[in-house]
Design a protein around this ligand. Structure first.
Ligand SMILES: [Ca+2]
Length: 334
């Protein structure tokens, strides 16, 4: 957001351990008899040859029960590392607050900072700004999404948003929304999805901009605060977590975090090569047709196309919480 606080994302060494705790307590699903037949010794002797077979099926049943519980309990979010497959130039003056892919190697971007906020059309390959709408100094640009021919944008510390013509960035109209603030925007193609820096995702009616539904985003029972720039990807909502190097993959229907994309290497790599003035990771764009995923950050000189790789190491929830969860944002105006 506005203040350029230093990143708080402290990195811990991966020290992962399994959190899979199979509940192997006895259940009635084993082959153990649930009632006691009144068998005489003679009858038991008759069954003796069958005991190895009974033992085999008994053990098989216990294993099946145990492995089923493993499957049920294995619900920790999946961790993803990234691979950079392409780098593109990005305006290092762009304080990226909203990013989307619009086809034909074209991006739309919303930038923030008072007096420098804008909506812009950007060529992916060159980073060149092909069209720009400079916002009034009193507005701080935030989330941006495209639905049909209309670009929707929200602004920071106000409940005012704007709708633009995607072809010439002329302003169609102004609207008021019901979220606490304007941070991120995305769309599932029917309605708008918004974030306001809290742990809530909002579904907004595209005509009235009223809230149709909302859900709290959680990670293993913890609220995920500071939801920022958004992207809708294959039925999931992906969200930058402000002041972290993490992107949450969120079940849009349940609000549950399904996975975390860990990207500290991008920001740290830029700093290591001399870009000390950059701000946090922010900006996700999805090219659904070509399955390309783009990310960038505020004042970053590069935009990256990345691929995800599921991490195979044991999952450590303390590590994930430290890296990706942040305290609630204080909504007191500066
Ligand atoms: Ca986006």
């Amino acid at each position: 957001m506005a203040s350029k606080k230093k990143l708080m994302a402290s990195k811990k060494k991966l020290n992962k351990r399994s959190v899979i705790h199979p509940q192997t307590t006895a259940t009635n699903t084993s082959m153990a008899p649930s009632r006691r037949p009144n068998l005489s010794c003679g009858k038991l002797a008759f069954l003796a040859p069958a005991l190895p077979v009974l033992c085999f099926f008994g053990l098989l049943s216990i294993f099946w029960s145990w492995s089923s519980k493993l499957t049920v309990d294995h619900s920790s979010p999946v961790l993803y590392a990234i691979e950079v497959v392409n780098e593109f130039p990005h305006d290092p003056q762009a304080f990226t607050q909203g990013l989307l892919y619009a086809g034909n190697d074209t991006l739309f971007e919303s930038t923030g900072l008072s007096g420098e906020s804008s909506v812009r059309k950007v060529a992916l390959q060159t980073g060149k700004v092909e069209a720009i709408h400079k916002m009034d100094w009193s507005y701080f640009g935030e989330g941006l999404t495209l639905l049909g021919d209309r670009l929707f944008q929200v602004t920071w510390l106000k409940k005012t948003g704007f709708i633009y013509d995607r072809y010439n960035l002329s302003k169609f109209e102004e609207f008021t929304h019901q979220m606490q603030d304007g941070w991120g925007l995305a769309t599932d193609g029917k309605s708008l999805i918004g974030s306001d820096g809290t742990s809530t995702l909002y579904q907004l009616d595209v005509q009235t901009l009223k809230v149709m539904s909302k859900r709290i985003v959680t990670h293993n029972g913890h609220e995920v605060h500071s939801l920022n720039e958004l992207e809708y990807v294959n039925g999931e909502v992906w969200a930058n977590i402000w002041q972290s190097d993490c992107i949450a993959r969120i079940s849009y229907t349940e609000g549950k975090v399904l996975g975390w994309i860990l990207l500290p290497n991008l920001r740290e790599g830029l700093i290591a090569t001399g870009y000390h003035g950059i701000d946090v990771l922010n900006g996700i764009a999805w090219d659904g047709e070509n399955k390309r995923l783009f990310v960038t950050g505020k004042l970053w000189p590069k935009l990256y196309e990345i691929k995800l790789h599921r991490m195979q190491n044991n999952y450590d929830d303390e590590f994930v919480q430290q890296l990706c969860l942040r305290k609630p944002f204080n909504f007191v105006k500066p």
